[in-house]
Design a protein around this ligand. Structure first.
Ligand code: FAD
Length: 445
């Protein structure tokens, strides 16, 4: 059936609608181009309309019209995802939630927000009361809370609180359904996992209750090392130093630091580095630890200065890849979680086995009571076949790869078919209109 878009716009009158082709192109894209595999698959995808609701009532109106005319609907926060999560594979409407950006309330340890609130904007306000988000992606300045829950996994803070999907990191959500008569459902406790990291394939989140962490005065550091394994062991030791309060432990093997233009003066050629955020009261203990591992602090910013200008945050997690790619666009990346390995033998093996083809970039996180090194390795891309061979090599060694070169939910971060998410989709999106083409379980059911 062909859709009469002028008619749809009439029915949506009163809402903010975007039809300008340049704008539609921009609002149909994300950062999938970090992957040479996704680039040709997604570059031409474009929405027919973008709608920017201001509140839940407007979301319900759009949902109703999409069901009535069987129009695909893809939700968008800030569009900073890396795997085309918010790219409308089948066109239709992109629902841009960036204007639903109210903070409903902040209480000690818990907040309620609309999905379009930007992470940094939230933290700015919460810190006035001594609280902040438990974890943020390195895109925290632009990304939204709804998009982080919909398509993110963890980030700065994961060293203390694990990943977004760990029980307790999301308390409740309100979700608009795509049933014949769209409704608002509230999911609490374990039920939030039905929509947590589901790429918006089974509900439009219109409000979230997010647990918070105490805010500290956070200082930033770069520590350099001559030996890579020493830097990795230092990161591990800092992670295990329960008496020291920290928020970020990122380790980059040489030559990755040479891609960081802003730190060219500070980080000498050939050194490996650790990018770190530590609470100011832990500073003395931190300096002792650096000494113990023969590191050298080459850059530091006090908590007060860290709020302005360059921040190490924007050199960690997937920003590391971004800087590597600005220096050499042929570079790409992987995402991995190393198994519990107190002696870091697998890391040492991979470091020597791949050399410069797979440059090690570790991000330590604490999950299920264990400190594990996650990794976003920078990869010298040659062919898709070789990339798959590298992935298989890791998997054969027991290293989990969250493949960033696929837009299919289950083949990326989730790894397995999630029956709970599928069952929820059958209930709330029976026509399969939400972000079509992304959930494998739905395509195969
Ligand atoms: P979008 O990209 O707009 O959306 C993400 C997904 O969520 C889409 O599938 C969308 O449909 C869905 N969605 C959005 N809003 C809703 C809603 N209200 N209801 C239902 N579904 C919704 N990610 C990390 O986890 N950690 C990192 O450290 C990190 N670093 C990054 C660094 C760079 C340089 C880049 C480019 C990306 C990085 N990312 C990282 C990925 C991404 O930036 C984050 O996950 C971010 O939080 C996504 O938020 P967004 O608002 O841009 O979401």
């Amino acid at each position: 059936q062909t859709i009469n878009w002028d008619g749809i716009c009439n029915e949506l009158s009163g809402l903010e609608i975007i039809r300008d082709r340049n704008q539609l192109t921009k609002l149909s894209q994300d950062y999938y181009h970090f992957s040479p595999i996704l680039q040709p698959l997604l570059q031409d995808k474009i929405a027919d309309l973008v709608v920017r609701p201001l509140n839940e009532t407007e979301v319900l109106k759009v949902a109703k019209i999409c069901v009535q005319y069987q129009i695909p609907l893809t939700v968008r926060g800030a569009g900073t995802g890396n795997y085309g999560q918010c790219i409308p594979l089948e066109g239709g409407i992109v629902l841009d939630l960036s204007k639903m950006n109210q903070i409903n309330w902040i209480k000690p340890g818990l907040a309620s927000v609309e999905p379009g609130v930007k992470l940094a904007a939230f933290d700015k306000q919460a810190r006035e009361q001594g609280w902040e988000l438990r974890m943020v992606p390195s895109t925290y300045r632009t990304a939204t809370i709804g998009g982080f829950i919909g398509g993110g996994s963890g980030g700065i803070g994961s060293i203390n609180y694990g990943q977004l999907r760990d029980r307790g990191n999301l308390q409740a959500v309100r979700v608009v359904t795509m049933e014949d008569e769209p409704r608002v459902l509230e999911l609490r406790g374990d039920d939030v996992q039905k929509v947590n990291h589901a790429y918006g394939t089974n509900g439009i989140i219109t409000a979230l209750e997010i647990p918070l962490a105490p805010a500290y005065p956070w200082a930033e550091f770069i520590v350099i090392f001559d030996d890579f394994m020493n830097s990795a062991r230092f990161g591990q030791a800092l992670g295990y130093s329960d008496g020291m309060i920290k928020k970020l432990i990122c380790i980059c093997a040489s030559p990755i630091p040479s891609y960081f233009a802003a730190f060219r003066e500070e980080i000498p050629q050939g050194k490996h580095c650790a990018l770190l955020i530590v609470a100011e009261p832990s500073l003395e203990a931190f300096q002792d630890l650096v000494r113990e591992f023969n590191g050298e602090i080459c850059y530091q910013k006090s908590a007060q200065e860290a709020n302005k200008g360059t921040t190490v945050i924007e050199y960690t997690w997937n920003h590391t890849t971004l800087h590597a790619r600005s220096a050499d666009p042929s570079l790409t990346y992987l995402q991995a979680l190393f198994p519990f390995d107190p002696e870091l033998k697998l890391i040492e093996h991979c470091y020597h086995h791949f050399g410069d083809e797979v440059m090690l970039h570790l991000e330590y996180l604490r999950t299920q009571g264990q400190m594990l090194p996650a990794a976003l390795q920078v990869v010298r891309f040659t062919t898709e076949e070789r990339l798959n061979e590298i992935i298989r090599y890791h998997e054969d060694k027991g290293i989990l790869i969250f493949n960033p070169h696929t837009y299919i939910l289950e083949d990326g971060g989730m790894k397995t078919i999630n029956i709970e998410q599928l069952e929820f989709k059958k209930q709330v999106d029976p026509h399969g209109l939400l972000n079509p083409g992304k959930m494998k379980a739905w395509l195969e059911h």
